[in-house]
Design a protein around this ligand. Structure first.
Ligand code: PLP
Length: 434
């Protein structure tokens, strides 16, 4: 498989090059040259396939010959080490729970696949790879947990001081081993800026082999197609043959973009709904045909506080840049925090279901689309465990959440972090430890 840059199609890369570089040298996003539909034999017998068989079949063409099949099987098996239950709410709606992994967010899938791919590529190289990642919460934890103990790699996480939840901070600071946490006196944008500057810094590049692990990396983006197949498999086992609509709570739009890839691979998904909070660049675009990103606004579904979603350009490419084709298969709606809290209550009161604020936004988008298209069956993705957004969930529902085992075991660990402010201090920190 060849990947090309969406900025300049002449800039191409193999899977391993695209993974190690993250972005193309022209700063464009890598995109697969062609996506081949999976065989009818595979699609018709999906119900009988194991998760590993599904994962290998989905990723085979994307990794090409950069990872041998036996190795790919190991990477997929190691990635899909937890369940993706489809929880039925009523006769025509279900929640696909993506939060049963080590950090309880769907980003565990991409984080684990990417870490293991880089681990494999490193077996053929001698230099250590240093992953720099700026996080506003969930990404850092999933990347840290994915890379923990992976030979030949280290991860340095930058997060804004006092702006991640207590549980998220523990997930960033208690890993030890090859994971280091840096608390930055500033906001998320400062962290991101410091990472970007570091990538371009000659002094650092002379002593480090730096790479990024944010959601634009093809090794984080593409494996997210797995669970759309796993969801469909569960429906098939229940004898489903209806019109499937999937609503994805969206921020950077990588997750929903992976769903559209699953559809291209042959999975019969009738319609996609991208549900957002008030960071609504895409819903506005679908209404007005004008794409006008705005600075991000803070909400209770903060993993989706993205003003200018990076992956939207990939979605447009998947629809051959046709506005009409996009509109036919894809809707997008925005909801504010007040509506999100009402949805949390509604899910709890009507179905006894405790969602997190991101899942609640997904539910709202699904309900809106299905209200206008009642002949459909809907799934919304529940992208994080409610415990990760404990304060807003407990306050809205008036309940106390039990602490799951994945979280319990980090509560008594000792956090370790370096605190600093500004790029010069960050550079000095990196040079000192090089
Ligand atoms: C990252 C994240 C999202 C948004 O996913 P994108 O791929 O960026 O659209 C939604 N929910 C949660 C809990 C997340 O961590």
């Amino acid at each position: 498989m060849t990947y090309y840059s969406l900025t300049n199609p002449d800039n191409t890369a193999t899977f391993s090059e695209a993974v190690i570089r993250g972005l193309a040298p022209d700063r464009g996003l890598y995109f697969p040259k062609n996506i081949e539909r999976l065989s009818d034999d595979f699609l018709q017998n999906l119900a009988e396939k194991s998760h590993v068989e599904i994962g290998v079949e989905v990723m085979r063409q994307f990794v090409g010959d950069t990872i041998p099949i036996a190795q790919l099987e190991k990477i997929v098996a190691d990635t899909l080490c937890f369940d993706f239950p489809l929880v039925s709410l009523n006769d025509n709606m279900a929640s696909l729970e993506l939060f049963h992994g080590p950090t309880m967010a769907f980003k565990d899938v991409g984080g684990r696949f990417m870490a293991r791919s880089i681990g494999y590529f490193n077996e053929q190289r001698t230099e250590k790879v240093t992953v720099l990642v700026a996080t506003s919460g969930d990404t850092g934890g999933a990347v840290a947990s994915g890379f923990l103990g992976i030979e030949g790699t280290e991860v340095i996480i930058l997060y804004p001081k006092g702006k991640v939840s207590d549980i998220q901070e523990l997930q960033l600071t208690t890993n030890g081993n090859n994971i280091k946490a840096v608390e930055v006196d500033g906001v998320f944008d400062d962290c991101q800026e410091m990472v970007k500057t570091a990538f371009l810094d000659k002094d650092l590049n002379a002593v480090y082999n730096l790479t990024s692990a944010n959601s634009i990396n093809v090794a984080r983006w593409l494996p997210q197609s797995f669970y759309f197949f796993i969801a469909y498999q569960q429906l098939l086992k229940q004898g489903f043959d209806g019109k499937l609509v999937i609503s994805v709570p969206s921020g950077n739009f990588g997750n929903i973009c992976a769903g559209i890839v699953a559809n291209k691979l042959g999975l019969p998904i009738h319609h996609f709904v991208a549900s957002t909070n008030v960071n609504d660049a895409v819903p506005r675009y679908l209404q007005t045909k004008q794409y006008t990103p705005l600075p991000s606004k803070q909400t209770i579904s903060n993993a989706m506080d993205v003003g200018n979603p990076s992956n939207f350009i990939r979605i447009q490419s998947l629809f051959n840049n046709s506005f009409d084709a996009l509109k036919e298969h894809f809707s997008s709606y925005a909801f504010d925090d007040k509506e999100t809290r009402v949805a949390l209550k509604e899910l709890h009161d009507n179905y006894g279901y405790v969602a997190d604020p991101h899942g609640a936004v997904g539910y709202l988008g699904l309900k809106k689309y299905m209200g206008e298209n009642p002949d459909t069956y809907g799934i919304f993705l529940e992208t994080a465990h409610p415990i990760k957004f404990r304060d807003s969930v407990e306050e809205t529902l008036g309940i106390t959440l039990d602490i799951p085992a994945q979280i319990q075991h980090i509560l008594d660990k000792h956090p370790e972090k370096t605190s600093l402010k500004g790029y010069d201090a960050f550079k000095a920190y990196l040079l000192e430890r090089a």
